[in-house]
Ligand binder design. Structure first.
Ligand code: ATP
Length: 315
């Protein structure tokens, strides 16, 4: 029998196509309608049996990647969501043994693209495989939901709508392929601060509702209609905390993006630059948007990606 001593899992970032946010609940969460769309900006999570062998700790962590200043924001202790995921598989299965986890990061950190949640989803899959636990899909999804609202989507990928606090997921019909440009900010925004600002700005927030125009655009693979339907209730709060994002959004829109929004709690800004149309038209639009964003001098990096893509995948 072959025994795995290393497992690598690739996991995508998400952009929210719609993020409708209800009023704060008694438990501190908000009811959401959260349309997740997985894009081809990937983290790779490698889980290896610790060598030389040790009894503890169960997990050590390292991180690398080309993310500039973002990398310094990745915690390398047990608060890291990938470490918490490994501990949860060990608890659930009773089969945990010491591992070294390496995170190769391409997903912006504290950028509203669920990088930490993606790493947690990848670590769940990798530890389950390395330790031969054979946890069912349902159990992995339950562990994911316990770890955080966005973790289950990292397992599922593609395009899906999350309700409740975002963790109750339903796949959505989305046959189209879309091209995106992302402007990574030099600063991070804390998700908790953005929700706090949202509560201050919108004490009267109504219950969140799905947007039928967005569903139709996705089902028809209509990039122009999708661009018009993108929406994020958290955007005013993110702009209030980081006003320079207005200039980033305006630069991409002015250069011809089909739609633009702050991704999740920000500060990453997402620009839809095309769908299943003539690829030279999309490439030209992409180049114009990338140049305009770089020209602002506000972005740490500007990167392009495709959506949608599958969730956590063993390599
Ligand atoms: P979301 O979109 O889910 O709100 P985000 O994309 O804004 O999240 P993350 O990159 O997930 O933000 O990071 C948020 C915080 O979580 C970071 O500032 C960091 O302290 C912590 N964190 C924990 N685990 C990780 C991880 N594996 N990668 C990055 N950050 C992590």
């Amino acid at each position: 029998m072959t025994v795995n001593t290393t497992v690598t899992v690739r996991v995508p970032a998400k952009v929210n196509l719609q993020l409708a946010v209800g009023p704060g609940r008694e438990d501190g969460f908000h009811d959401l309608v959260n349309v997740f769309h997985a894009v081809s900006l990937f983290d790779e999570v490698t889980v290896k049996d610790a060598y030389p062998r040790r009894q503890s700790p169960l997990v050590t962590l390292t991180a690398g990647g080309e993310l500039g200043s973002h990398l310094a924001r990745v915690p390398l202790d047990e608060s890291n969501l990938a470490a918490r995921a490994a501990l949860s598989v060990a608890r659930e299965s009773g089969r945990g043994r010491p591992v070294d986890i390496h995170l190769e990061k391409n997903i912006p950190v504290a950028g509203g693209m669920a990088g930490g949640s993606a790493d947690a989803a990848a670590a769940l899959v990798a530890c389950d495989r390395l330790w031969g636990c054979g946890l069912s899909r349902e159990r992995l999804l339950e562990s994911a939901a316990r770890l955080g609202s966005d973790v289950a989507f990292g397992l599922v990928g593609a395009t899906a709508v999350g309700t409740g606090r975002g963790e109750i997921l339903e796949p959505m019909s989305s046959p189209g392929r879309y091209r995106w440009v992302f402007a990574l900010s030099k600063r991070g925004l804390s998700t908790a601060d953005v929700f706090g600002e949202y509560d201050r700005l919108r004490p009267d927030a109504p219950a969140p509702r799905a947007d039928p125009a967005l569903e139709k655009a996705l089902a028809e693979g209509d990039a122009v209609a999708l661009g018009r339907s993108l929406s994020n209730d958290l955007e005013p709060a993110a702009l209030s905390l980081l006003p320079e994002l207005e200039r980033t959004l305006a630069a991409g829109r002015g250069a011809g993006a089909l739609g633009a929004l702050v991704s999740g709690s920000g500060p990453t800004c997402a620009f839809l630059v095309g769908g299943d149309e003539d690829s030279s038209v999309v490439a030209e639009r992409e180049a114009a948007v990338v140049a305009a964003l770089r020209g602002t001098g506000l972005c740490e990096q500007v990167v392009a990606a495709d959506g949608d893509v599958p969730g956590a995948t063993v390599l």
